[in-house]
Design a protein around this ligand. Structure first.
Ligand code: SF4
Length: 306
């Protein structure tokens, strides 16, 4: 049994802390990207020695919610034609709360999506502003309300802790507020300041005041207790700003299990680089090729695989 991950590398705006494989202002490339992704799905599936069965499908990014329902329909149809899907297949969409509408969520539900993962990060306007997120807390409340109304009974909300100058009580306020929205799942991430991002440059110039690792540890520890009390399972891995790992055994087991059997496709995929290269470099997809050339995938093709 396998998991499928599709990377959608488009965002409206690049957040100040983000070093993900994603591109802002490239939305005109989305139709060509979807076509290329469908070609890749077919080639990967038909290259396998036998028809593979998938039990989870995850669209991550980037901001996958920038694709239209029609584009998701065409990707999912290609997936159905190429793989066996279990009757209880979980189909997840990573979404930016600022990009959703009720109609779009209803369309996704009709297409078979049954899990939405929202990048919430914080409920404080100043923190969202500092991160350069495009959404506000009202968008989050609206997105959760609409998702429930559209029939989604499996919601994940992402939160980030250890923000610059963030005291423990503001993090506690974020977690408590989010628990009030009754998500099925929360993913908590410690902010890491990445080289090459605006946050990285500001930190280098001494313009960002990061919380000390002990405060970040207190935030994580407190959240663990709060979530346990709320009977919400932690199921992801957070890294403290100093890079020391903090692991939850169950979370790691799940993550390793998924990773071991996961096929990733799209820009930046690490699994099928050479194969993907042939797909993306197919005649007629120059625009996508140009974008891929700037990506992890593109760098790997020139021998600098990371
Ligand atoms: S929305 Fe997510 S992927 Fe896009 S720039 Fe912001 S953090 Fe990065």
């Amino acid at each position: 049994m396998i998991s499928l991950y599709f990377h959608i590398p488009f965002c409206i705006h690049r957040c100040a802390y983000c070093d993900f494989n994603t591109y802002a202002g490239q939305e005109p490339l989305i139709p060509a990207y979807v076509e290329a992704l469908c070609r890749e799905i077919k080639i990967v599936a038909f290259s396998a020695p036998e028809r593979l069965s998938a039990h989870t499908i995850f669209f991550g990014g980037g901001t996958p919610s920038l694709l239209s329902a029609d584009q998701f329909e065409s990707i999912l149809k290609t997936v159905q034609d190429s793989f066996n899907l279990t009757p209880d297949v979980e189909i997840s969409l990573e979404a930016n709360p600022g990009t959703l509408t009720l109609d779009f969520l209803r369309d996704l539900r009709t297409l078979g999506f049954n899990r939405i993962s929202l990048g919430v990060q914080s409920v404080h306007a100043d923190e969202l502003h500092q991160l350069e997120r495009i959404h506000d807390t009202f968008d989050v409340i609206e997105a959760v309300t609409w998702a429930r109304r559209a029939g989604f009974d499996n919601l994940n909300l992402d939160l980030i802790f250890g923000l610059p100058e963030q005291p423990l009580d503001r993090w506690q306020a974020t977690v408590n507020f989010i628990l009030g929205l009754h998500p099925e799942h929360l993913s908590l991430y410690a902010l890491t300041v990445e080289h090459g991002t605006p946050f990285g440059r500001w930190a280098q110039r001494g313009l960002l005041s990061m919380p000390d690792p002990d405060t970040a540890a207190d935030m994580y520890e407190w959240a663990g207790e709060a979530l346990e009390a709320a009977r919400t399972a932690l199921a992801d891995i957070a890294l403290y700003p100093d890079g020391a790992g903090f692991e939850l055994k169950a979370a790691l087991a799940r993550k390793h299990d998924v990773a071991a059997n996961c096929i990733t496709m799209g820009n930046g995929s690490n699994d099928v680089l050479d194969l993907v290269a042939r797909v993306f470099l197919a005649p007629g997809s120059e625009a996508v090729t140009e974008m891929v050339g700037k990506s992890t995938l593109g760098r790997s093709l020139t021998g600098r695989r990371r």
